[in-house]
Design a protein around this ligand. Sequence first.
Ligand code: SAH
Ligand code: SF4
Length: 382
Amino acid sequence: MTQSTGKTNLLGLTQEELEQFFEQIGEKRFRAGQIMKWIHHFGVDDFDAMTNIGKALREKLKASAEIRGPEVVSEDISSDGTRKWVVRVASGSCVETVYIPQGSRGTLCVSSQAGCALDCSFCSTGKQGFNSDLTAAEIIGQVWIANKSFGTIPAKIDRAITNVVMMGMGEPLLNFDNVVAAMKIMMDDLGYGISKRKVTLSTSGVVPMIDKLAEVIDVSLALSLHAPNDELRNKLVPINKKYPLEMLLAACKRYISRLGEKRVLTIEYTLLKDVNDTPQHADEMIALLKDVPCKINLIPFNPFPHSGYERPSNNAIRRFQDLLHKAGHNVTVRTTRGEDIDAACGQLVGQVMDRTRRSERYIAVRQLNSETDAASSAANRT
Ligand code: SAH
Ligand code: SF4
């Protein structure tokens, strides 16, 4: 487990928070901009490398602050260019970050929690249960680590990371403050300069937090729908029992309308064979989304052991897509990327794969998590 040093970790501070930090230590606010560039543009974690900061201030910073990302446990690069990092967070659990290149676009899929409490029936993260919230430093730290692997920002003409999606492990709206702080740094020019349209938060539907989000930030929103009626959604996405579809879609519409400028909601729909993939489901979905400005992303189910679900045939996927398309929807099917490094949606830490090499790695990661769980519960008992 990572030990706390008692120092302020500057990695997770927004520009405003860094300015306050400098004021509190009796320094000028403009230092925040200088430090942010060193941290996020140049990937520096050593105050001595900051050549435009005088020695006295560097020493002062060394005594009270640090720049510390999560520990990288492994980095894998797939034959299709997809990259995956397993990082260990302060609670001792491991989470994953995935980079998916596609033409001129490079999308980073970032985790917000270790595990997830919401227990969606087809999600391997949900099966793990909730372990811990990530700190803002651990969330932006995933972008920091990925960005460093491509070199510093000013050295590049095209940035490697053009889009960020909060679609890794965890429910981002249940770790609200830390996720919002990290997304502010993603969008800040002194951070990663990613446009608000290209930072997307995906939620399974924590309704009150959708309204709260609209008050503080204007990132793009994706809704994990997965079922066109409450009866089925209650089974697949249990939080639906608390916040049913009518309430949920109304909140999403409010969020989108506040953004203006022709912004739309992204609907994610994981296709599960014979469960939510029939023409009747497509028809219900068309009726449900009649007044919702949206684009639809179909995600063929990525199987994991003992899930009890199957991926539909390619024909069934195409049939579902065609029906939505004929009704006037913009529909894409998410292709599975990075399969050789287990980087697909829902294939994140915790599963045991059948190929030996993968099995060993996944069992190892799983053990890491359960050992730490055992260690921390032992610590809690003492
Ligand atoms: N908790 C958030 C974000 C993380 S999950 C949410 O649920 O939206 C990111 C996406 O992957 C969600 O749409 C989720 O439903 C989907 N997903 C989870 N497990 C999957 C699996 N095994 N196959 C395909 N998609 C999956
Ligand atoms: Fe949590 Fe999202 Fe998985 Fe549901 S799909 S269990 S909300 S991570």
